[in-house]
Design a binder for this molecule. Structure first.
Ligand code: ATP
Ligand code: MG
Length: 436
C-alpha cells in the first residue's frame, strides 16, 4: 500500500523490526512519561530513519501533542528554549532529549505572534501547534518524516519515507523550491544526508540547488557555523565537500577558498583540502575527536597566504604580514560562517606555527613542542608536505624525529584540545528554523 495524506502506511513492530532496546533509555523515559500522562508521544526524525537503516542515531528527538508548557509541567528537568521555534529540552546529565510539539500550517494561527513569514518566503516564526497528521508535512525530507509511536511501537509513514529509505532517495516533502525559500539551510541538509547516507537527491530537489545557492546569504552566519560543524563531523566530510562544490554551495560558505580553488582546479590546494577531509573522516570513523579550528585553518590557508604575500610586497616582515593577513581573512570569513573566537584563535596559531616551525635551531624546538597548539601545527605542516607543497617534506620529517627523541610530558592530544564537555545535543536552532 502507498501512503497518502489521509492513509498512512503503518509498519507494526514485527514488520519494521526495530527493537525497543535500540532507543536510548532517556528518550524512552520521556516517551513513556508523556504517553502515561495521556499525550501522544513519538520518536521522530533522524533517529527513526537511522534505526531503520541499522545506524546508531546521533540524537533522539521526540514529537508530541503536549504543548511546551505542558511538557515543562510534566518534567522537572525540562527547560523551554527558542522563541521562533519553541521547544523543550529535557536533560539527563550530559544527555538532552529534545521534545517538540506537533506544528500545524500557518493558516491555523490564531495570533500573529505564532507565525511569521518574510517576503522572501523565509519562515521567521513557527509556533502554531497542531496534530501529528499536520506535523508530518512541515518536515524537510520524506525519510525524516517517520514517527515511531510509543503507544504501539508502530512506525507511521504519511509521506512515503519508508519506500524512499529503501531506495536510497532523499525526497523533499512538497515543492522543493518553496521549501528551500522557507529555510535555505535545507540545501545544506540535503547534501549532508546524501553524503552521509549515500543517498541520491531526488532530481526535483537537486536540479535547483545551484540556482538557489545564493539564498544562503540570507542565513545567519552563526547558524551556518553550526551547520558547517554538522557537515564536517558526520563522517563523510570528503564526499560532502565534493557535493557542496558541485552544487556551488561551498562558495557561499567559504567564498575566498572557492575563488582560490577555481584558479587552480585540481591543484595543490585542492589536494591539501581533500587530504585533510579524508583524515577527518578517518578520525570520526575511529571515534576520535575532530577540532573545527583545524579545518577552518585548512580551508582558509591559501587565502591567508595570498593576503600575506600582498602584505610582504608592501614591505611588512613575513611574520607580521601573516598576522595581519590572518586577521583580515578571518574578519571577512565570519560574515559568511561565524567561526567563534575560541576556534579562530586556534586557527591563527596553527598558521603562525607554519612559520615558527621553520626555526629548528637552538632551544626553540624544545619550547615549541610543549606549546598547546604544536601538534595541530605539526600535523598541518606534514599535511602540506604530503599534499605536494615544495620543500616541506624534510622539515616534516625533522619534526617527526625531534618528537621521537623528545617525548612531550603531557599525555593529552594537543591537536584536539579538551574543551568543557558540551551536552550531547548541540544545536538549539532547529526545525523549519528561522535564520534571522
Ligand atoms: P541528524 O540528527 O542525524 O543530524 P536529523 O534528521 O535528526 O539528523 P535534526 O537536525 O536532528 O536532523 O532534526 C530532527 C528532525 O527535525 C529532522 O529529521 C526533520 O524532520 C526536522 N527538521 C530539522 N531541521 C529541519 C528543517 N530545517 N526543515 C524542516 N524540518 C527540519
Ligand atoms: Mg536528529
Amino acid at each position: 500500500m502507498t501512503p497518502s495524506e489521509e492513509e498512512p502506511l503503518i509498519l507494526d513492530a514485527e514488520t519494521h523490526g526495530v527493537p525497543l532496546s535500540k532507543i536510548d533509555v532517556n528518550a524512552r523515559k520521556v516517551l513513556n512519561r508523556l504517553h502515561e500522562a495521556g499525550f501522544r508521544a513519538c520518536l521522530v526524525g533522524g533517529a527513526v530513519r537511522d534505526l531503520l537503516l541499522g545506524i546508531t542515531p546521533k540524537d533522539f528527538d521526540v514529537a508530541t501533542d503536549a504543548t511546551p508548557d505542558e511538557v515543562k509541567r510534566l518534567f522537572r528537568n525540562a527547560r523551554l528554549i527558542g522563541r521562533r521555534f519553541r521547544l523543550a529540552h529535557i536533560r539527563y546529565g550530559r544527555d538532552i532529549i529534545e521534545v517538540a510539539t506537533f506544528r500545524a500550517p500557518h493558516e491555523e494561527a490564531i495570533e500573529d505572534a505564532e507565525a511569521l513569514v518574510e517576503h522572501t518566503g523565509r519562515i521567521l516564526r513557527d509556533n502554531v501547534y497542531g496534530s501529528l497528521e499536520q506535523d508530518v508535512w512541515r518536515r524537510d525530507f520524506t525519510v525524516n518524516s517517520l514517527y515511531y509511536d510509543i503507544a504501539d511501537n508502530a512506525i507511521i509513514d504519511y509521506t512515503g519515507g519508508v519506500a524512499d529509505l529503501r531506495e536510497g532517495i532523499l525526497r523533499m516533502i512538497g515543492d522543493s523550491e518553496q521549501r528551500y525559500h522557507e529555510d535555505p539551510v535545507r540545501m545544506l541538509r540535503a547534501v549532508r544526508f546524501a553524503a552521509k547516507l549515500g543517498f541520491r537527491i531526488d532530481p526535483e530537489a537537486e536540479h535547483i540547488l545551484t540556482d538557489l545557492a545564493h539564498l544562503l546569504q540570507g542565513v545567519a552566519p552563526a547558524r551556518l557555523f553550526e551547520e558547517f560543524l554538522k557537515l564536517m563531523h558526520a563522517g563523510a566530510a570528503f564526499d560532502t565537500f565534493e557535493m557542496l562544490r558541485e552544487y556551488q554551495l561551498f562558495g557561499q560558505l567559504f567564498p575566498e577558498t572557492e575563488e582560490m580553488l577555481q584558479q587552480d582546479e585540481g591543484g595543490l590546494f585542492e589536494q591539501f583540502i581533500r587530504n585533510a577531509l579524508k583524515n577527518t573522516d578517518k578520525r570520526v570513523a575511529e571515534g576520535k575527536p575532530v577540532n573545527p579550528a583545524f579545518l577552518v585553518a585548512v580551508f582558509l590557508w591559501r587565502p591567508v597566504v595570498r593576503a600575506q604575500e600582498v602584505q610582504i610586497a608592501e614591505g611588512l616582515p613575513p611574520f607580521v604580514a601573516l598576522q595581519k593577513a590572518s586577521h583580515a581573512v578571518l574578519s571577512r570569513e565570519v560574515k559568511h560562517v561565524a567561526v567563534p573566537k575560541r576556534f579562530s584563535i586556534q586557527s591563527r596559531e596553527i598558521w603562525e606555527l607554519q612559520q615558527r616551525l621553520r626555526g629548528t635551531r637552538g632551544k626553540r624546538p624544545l619550547r615549541l613542542i610543549n606549546e598547546p597548539r604544536f601538534r595541530a601545527g605539526y600535523d598541518f605542516l606534514c599535511l602540506r608536505a604530503h599534499s605536494g607543497e615544495d620543500g616541506l617534506m624534510a622539515l616534516c620529517e625533522w619534526w617527526t624525529k625531534f618528537q621521537e627523541e623528545n617525548p612531550v610530558k603531557s599525555k593529552r592530544e594537543p591537536s584536539a584540545p579538551r574543551r568543557r564537555q558540551p551536552p550531547r545535543r548541540r544545536s538549539r536552532r532547529k526545525k523549519p528554523a528561522s535564520s534571522a
